[in-house]
Design a protein around this ligand. Structure first.
Ligand code: DLL
Length: 432
């Protein structure tokens, strides 16, 4: 079953012709409308006419999160704000978020790609989609929402959290598709079990889980506990949001929608493009986006391309499960967290040293973050109340910057191990 049979099964030669055409238009558009790209291309001696084949892409510069930060908030948009109909944002490396924008047409394509993704999971207009991705600046909620509507399914925009109510409505409304992060799905399963809920009696048939790394082990658990088919969905705000790639029932990786995105795998250290099948960092160029086109965006996600034909008939290349990151970003309870965000808070507070450690654990299926922070010598006191008060202030500030709660544990000066080279800021004890 396909949503858009023609484009999803386009023979590869045709797909490549189409990709080149759209790539050339995108290059022209950013050269004309985005001063940052025009300057960068000029510096490298590249004109839009220099890109004559898909291989020529390798000459184009990479775009990084730092470039987005330098052009905060709207500097990389390729259309005037009057053509932008929505913005979303995700965590930046420090206080300021990464901001992305969409035209009407961008939103339209996004809905199409989510509809494709839902159909990949067996979705039809008869489905009831319980959408437990967060609504708001995060792309998960609204992204899935409009795609489910496009498909004609009935969407329940419940957003994340409020687990008891999720479970009640899941039964009452007869949800057939669940969309949320895999760790939240596991939490729902466990809480449901505690309430004596028998998922085998519910009509749930598919789960579309993403926004954070998970494993085959978790897939087995989810499928068994929730009695559904669990599929992986990938995306990132910068590129669009969810629906950049979607797993099909073959469960051997996610088809990246190549009529809109061109993937490459590079060596994260050298920037060299790696041959198909090798593991490295995923780089994506958008070829249909209007408001916020990105050229060779370094996702920092580590994966591999699988160009083998897929039994499902889709011709778009598949990416393997994301196995890690080439930077230090963590995803905690579905929220992207950079250690540097914590550092920026500590620097605001004079009472602590910038020596800290993020300790992440998974209790049951819930992620927990503890932040150990060294107190500055002159502020370290025996007055427990004063220290507690500092802990609370830090906790509040960190919650507002990171968007998730963390337990701050103040430690005595000189207790966090120093390292000779790159400081070790994270201890991740989660087993996924
Ligand atoms: O997480 C978009 C999304 C929403 C994807 C809902 C899937 C479902 P960001 O908040 O910008 O966007 O975070 C993007 O999350 O670079 C990956 O590191 C990670 N990520 C997303 N999907 C997966 C996945 C959304 N299926 C960052 N497996 C990406 C592993 C994932 N990691």
């Amino acid at each position: 079953m396909y949503w858009d049979r023609e484009n999803e099964t386009l023979p590869r030669e045709k797909l490549q012709i189409l990709q080149l055409e759209k790539l050339q238009l995108t290059i022209e558009r950013v050269y004309r409308n985005v001063p940052y790209y025009r300057a960068k291309f000029t510096e490298m001696g590249i004109k839009p006419s220099s890109i004559r084949s898909l291989e020529d892409m390798r000459r184009l510069p990479f775009t990084t999160k730092q470039d987005l930060r330098d052009n905060y908030p709207f500097g990389l948009f390729a259309v005037p704000m009057s053509d932008v109909v929505r913005v979303h944002a995700s965590s930046g490396t420090t206080g300021k978020p990464t901001v992305v924008g969409y035209t009407k047409n961008d939103i339209n394509i996004w809905a199409e790609l989510i509809a494709r993704s839902l159909v990949c999971a067996g979705g039809t207009k008869f489905d009831v989609v319980q959408n437990a991705y967060g609504y708001g600046l995060f792309t998960g909620g609204l992204g899935l929402h409009y795609g489910a509507e496009r498909l004609g399914a009935a969407v329940v925009p419940i957003s994340g959290g409020n687990t008891q109510r999720q479970l009640m409505l899941m039964q009452d409304f007869g949800a057939t598709i669940l969309t949320c992060t895999p760790s939240y799905a596991l939490y729902l399963a466990e809480e449901g079990q505690k309430m004596g809920l028998d998922f085998k009696k519910l009509p749930l048939k598919a789960g579309i889980f993403g926004a954070e790394p998970w494993s085959e082990r978790m897939r087995r658990q989810l499928e068994e506990k929730l009695d559904l088919t669990a599929l992986d969905i990938y995306g990132l705000s910068e590129i669009m949001g969810p629906g950049v790639a979607m797993e099909c029932p073959a469960k051997e990786g996610m088809h990246i929608f190549e009529d809109h995105f061109i993937p490459e795998i590079i060596d994260p250290d050298t920037g060299e493009v790696l041959p198909p099948g090798e593991e490295g960092e995923l780089v994506i160029t958008t070829i249909t986006k209007e408001a916020f086109p990105l050229i060779r965006y370094r996702t920092r996600d580590i994966t591999r391309l699988n160009p083998e034909p897929c039994p499902c008939g889709r011709t778009h290349v598949r990416i393997r499960r994301i196995t890690g990151r080439s930077d230090d970003m963590l995803i905690i309870r579905g929220v992207n967290v950079f250690p540097s965000q914590v550092e920026s808070v500590l620097l605001e507070f004079g009472e602590t040293e910038p020596h800290y450690l993020l300790v992440v654990d998974r209790k049951g299926s819930l992620d927990q973050l503890e932040i150990w922070v060294e107190v500055a010598e002159q502020f370290f006191s025996d007055k427990v109340r004063q220290l507690e008060e500092l802990e609370h202030r830090l906790q509040d500030r960190i919650q507002s910057v990171l968007g998730i709660s963390a337990r701050v544990k103040l430690v005595e000066p000189n207790t966090i191990p120093r390292s000779e080279g790159k400081a070790k800021r994270v201890v991740d004890r989660r087993e996924i």
